[in-house]
Write a protein that binds this ligand. Structure first.
Ligand SMILES: [Cu+2]
Length: 402
């Protein structure tokens, strides 16, 4: 019944609308132009609108640079970073220069040559010289940009092994990072997700003696001015290791090892003292203090004071807690770095402590590692009897079970 009434009301509304439109038609002045063809007045209006639109476009561009320019990253904290920034700047500057001129001309011509009664367009077939000019200039410019980009790319991506870079493994899993230092031999022990068990979170192969002096940590420390070669490995899904301050990013792919090398040039402390960071920290803390007042009024826990740290972030949406997948990076002097690294436990010592704990079953504290997903550990235990595991197969097992 209700449906029927609604249909009747809608039908009556439609009839009313139709009748009203008829009244409007009848009440029109007889001399009014009812033609669908644009007249001079329409063309003039649209010509001005075209001009107004391009002015709006330029105004909003200038506003965005003015208002949001502060969100640009500060000076790059790695050796290749300045090369990268220069390439970015040159490309953007060139594109913007051409864009501003061509967009402006497009709208200006639409305004200048707007339709007018009696005006006729000129028939102009072609002009070889003009066509040659507007083809050859973009070709040369683009070729230059591409060649410049390729040289920069190969410069950044090719790691010079002669420079003896420090080898560090970056291991990703849902939803955290681990770093593994290669130890005194600067060679990482072999690893495979099938070996993940107990405290062996990264699946380091115990039978490979290169792994004994490896050190697994939850915070990445880097000595300033020393080349580092990162080897990336993922336990589960695609992640992306993103080091914004060092202008570096590399996909972390299950079943394969990817790599990226860079040399950090600015220590965490130096970055903290830089003018850019002092201002930034000040403004973040001013905002936090303001928010804290509101939070206190609501009886909610307040926010801590912000202090700058470098971070490694995940830049691939890899699951629910992706947004929080980060690892602190500390860039420090060689001495500080060595002192910190000396304090870290080696993989060999870690495994020895685990077997001691197994001998004394009453304190199996080593297994309480909450960071390794429990289901993954169980999967690994099931697959233990397979010899010579293939990494890709092992990954498939983990993925299937996730
Ligand atoms: Cu991730």
């Amino acid at each position: 019944m209700t449906v029927f009434l609604v249909i009747i009301v809608l039908a009556l509304l439609a009839v009313t609308g139709w009748q009203i439109s008829k009244i409007f038609q009848l009440s029109r002045r007889p001399d009014e132009d009812t033609s669908q063809v644009a007249n001079d007045k329409d063309n003039k209006l649209h010509g001005f609108l075209m001009l107004a639109f391009v002015i709006f476009l330029y105004a909003i561009t200038i506003f965005c640079f003015w208002e949001y320019g502060r969100f640009y990253l500060p000076e790059a904290a790695s050796e290749h970073g300045s090369e990268y920034d220069t390439l970015m700047f040159v490309s953007i500057a060139l594109i913007m220069f051409v864009q501003i001129i061509t967009q402006g001309l497009l709208h200006y011509f639409a305004f200048k040559y707007k339709g007018e009664k009696g005006k006729k367009a000129l028939f102009y077939a072609d002009n070889d010289k003009l066509e040659f000019i507007w083809t050859i200039i973009p070709v040369i410019t683009l070729a230059g940009l591409i060649i410049y980009g390729l040289f920069t790319w190969s410069d950044i991506m090719n790691v010079d092994i002669e420079e003896d870079p420090m080898i560090v493994e970056i291991y990703a899993y849902q939803f955290a990072w681990r770093a593994r230092y290669a130890g005194d031999d600067n060679t990482l022990g072999k690893a495979n997700v099938r070996f993940i068990e107990g405290v062996n979170q990264l699946g380091v192969d115990e039978s490979d003696s290169y792994g004994d002096d490896d050190k697994i940590v939850t915070e990445l420390h880097l000595p300033v001015d020393r080349p580092v070669l990162f080897k990336f490995r993922s336990q589960d899904v695609l992640h992306s290791a993103y080091f914004p301050f060092f202008r570096a990013q590399m996909n972390v792919v299950p079943g394969m090892i990817t790599q990226f090398g860079f040399t950090p040039t600015i220590t965490s402390e130096e970055m903290r003292q830089s003018e850019y960071m002092v201002d930034k920290v000040k403004s973040v803390n001013a905002e936090r203090r303001e928010r804290n007042e509101a939070l206190r009024a609501e009886g909610e826990p307040t926010l801590d004071e912000y202090e700058f740290e470098y971070f490694l972030l995940c830049n691939k949406i890899c699951g629910q807690a992706h947004y929080n997948m980060q690892m602190k990076i500390v860039v420090e002097s060689e001495e500080d770095f060595n002192a910190w690294l000396d304090e870290q436990q080696t993989f060999g010592a870690l495994m020895a402590s685990q077997s001691e704990n197994v001998d004394r079953p009453e304190d199996t504290a080593g297994d309480g590692d909450s960071d390794t997903p429990a289901e993954t550990r169980e999967d690994m235990e099931e697959d233990e009897n397979t010899e010579e595991p293939q990494e890709s197969e092992a990954v498939a097992v983990v993925e299937k079970n996730n």
